[in-house]
Design a protein. Structure first.
Length: 266
């Protein structure tokens, strides 16, 4: 695994958001892989609840400034960066006034999902891939964690499939964290048509349908709580994807992940 480039994309990351099993794993895994000699990058949304001053975020002017089209509307992309304290890791934050500024994560102050969460996920995915291109950094593996990142594999293997930056990139999806109830905006599939993407399951974008769509474009997966997310295990088996169960609350086993990565790169 030495010298392999791994792009980690996560909905949550310690210490920028409250500690959860997913946010801790999303930091621990890149740290462990970096120790093994991998070149890693980490991306997450710049949710409004992240304290920029405390965590010393600053805008990267040379990466910011482009517009991304979501639902046929141009949205400005802002890139910010910070260094994880006591680690040799940099985190890139995807930001936009409409989707992230002054907004919490998936839910508002009243515990309701933001009505444009679907567009936030689309913008986030495009922002990650465009920023990786601007960095002139072609990943061997893209590993996504949390449903807010699940559109990354979709765009990577459709809109960006002929882009030289991602020609040989493999995708790993971690299915863990708390599933959302209900659906995202039911117009999500129509919004993707603007990018030439036809995904009928997203006419009803439940957590399960969004995950199924993500796994359709994945080369391997990791499942936490195999009983709760049995559908993901079944998909992996039906598609013969390399897959293992990450027991809920367990520590990160770098050897299991390294073996999974080697399987899809060989």
């Amino acid at each position: 695994m030495k010298n392999k480039r791994i792009l980690y994309v996560s909905s949550e990351l310690t210490p920028y958001l409250p500690s959860t099993h997913m946010s801790e794993t999303s930091l621990e895994l890149p740290r462990l892989m970096q120790e093994q000699g991998c070149d890693v990058r980490i991306f997450m949304p710049r949710f409004g609840c992240i304290n920029e001053r405390r965590h010393q975020l600053h805008e990267v002017i040379r990466l910011s400034g482009m517009n991304l089209v979501v639902n046929d509307i141009d949205q400005p992309l802002i890139i910010k960066v910070a260094s994880v304290p006591k680690e040799r890791l940099q985190v890139y934050f995807i930001d936009n006034e409409e989707y992230f500024k002054n907004r919490h994560c998936e839910y508002d102050e009243d515990g309701q999902m933001y009505p444009n969460n679907d567009e936030r996920a689309i913008f986030f995915a495009k922002g990650v891939l465009e920023t990786a291109k601007k960095l002139n950094w072609s990943p061997d593996i893209v590993h996504v964690n949390g449903w807010m990142s699940y559109m990354v594999p979709v765009f990577l293997k459709t809109l960006y499939k002929t882009d030289p930056a991602f020609a040989d990139t493999k995708v790993v999806t971690s299915v863990f964290g708390t599933p959302y109830s209900g659906t995202l905006d039911t117009g999500m599939a129509k919004k993707l048509v603007f990018d030439g993407i036809d995904e009928p399951l997203l006419n009803e974008p439940t957590f399960e349908n969004l995950t199924k769509t993500c796994l359709k474009y994945s080369d391997a997966c990791v499942v936490e709580d195999a009983e709760l997310n049995k559908f993901a295990v079944d998909i992996a088996k039906s598609r013969k994807l390399p897959c293992f169960n990450h027991p809920s609350g367990s520590t990160t086993d770098k050897d299991l992940y390294a073996d999974l990565y080697k399987q899809i790169l060989d």
